[in-house]
Write a protein that binds this ligand. Structure first.
Ligand code: SLL
Length: 172
């Protein structure tokens, strides 16, 4: 097992969420929990984004990522959600925005420490008058505005990778 000194290799990702307003029927399914939105938080490859739409490319991160753990707000049952294969995502319903910790664990041959990203779950669309302190728009208005998207681009950089891991990365 040898490291390839002086070399860096990166893989582009996007992470973030989409959110939609629940229909009245869906809201009635769990009235006591006062859920207003369905959302999906995800980590996706940005490498093949041209093949796809706004939420990113094919789910081809599984060849170097072993697990993604999404740590939700403690109001959720089992807030630490492990996803061990693509798509690396969690879909839930809820009523509030909060910060999600996203822990990415690599395959053993990488011999890399996990990395941690943070994403602020976004449910409410920006409005024309939109100060951050303003109350979110009422449900009818939010529905008209359509799904909310909040995504960030990033690059996972491996410095001095092991030769075997480098081979795995470049074979894809
Ligand atoms: C807020 N600080 O007050 C945030 C917390 C928590 C959101 C938001 C669902 C919980 C459940 C849920 O939406 N939690 O169903 O038990 O805005």
């Amino acid at each position: 097992r040898v490291r390839v000194r002086g070399l860096s290799i990166y893989r582009p990702i996007i992470y973030g969420n989409t959110a939609v307003v629940l229909t009245p029927e869906e809201r009635e399914a769990h009235p006591s929990r006062e859920h207003t939105h369905r959302w999906t938080v995800a980590v996706r490859s940005a490498a093949s984004a041209e093949d796809s739409d706004i939420v990113g490319g094919a789910d081809d991160l599984g060849y170097f990522i072993r697990r993604v753990t999404f740590k939700l707000h403690e109001t959720y049952p089992n807030p630490s959600r492990n996803v061990d294969k693509p798509p690396f995502e969690v879909t839930e319903t809820g009523w509030g925005e909060f910060e999600i910790q996203i822990r990415i664990t690599f395959i053993p041959e990488a011999a890399e420490k996990p990395i941690i990203l943070y994403h602020h779950l976004k449910l409410h669309p920006w409005t024309a008058s939109g100060a951050d302190t303003e109350a979110p728009p009422p449900a009818e208005v939010a529905v008209q505005l359509g799904p909310v998207h909040s995504w960030q681009y990033d690059e996972i950089v491996f410095t001095d990778p092991f030769q075997q891991f480098l081979n795995t990365l470049t074979a894809h």
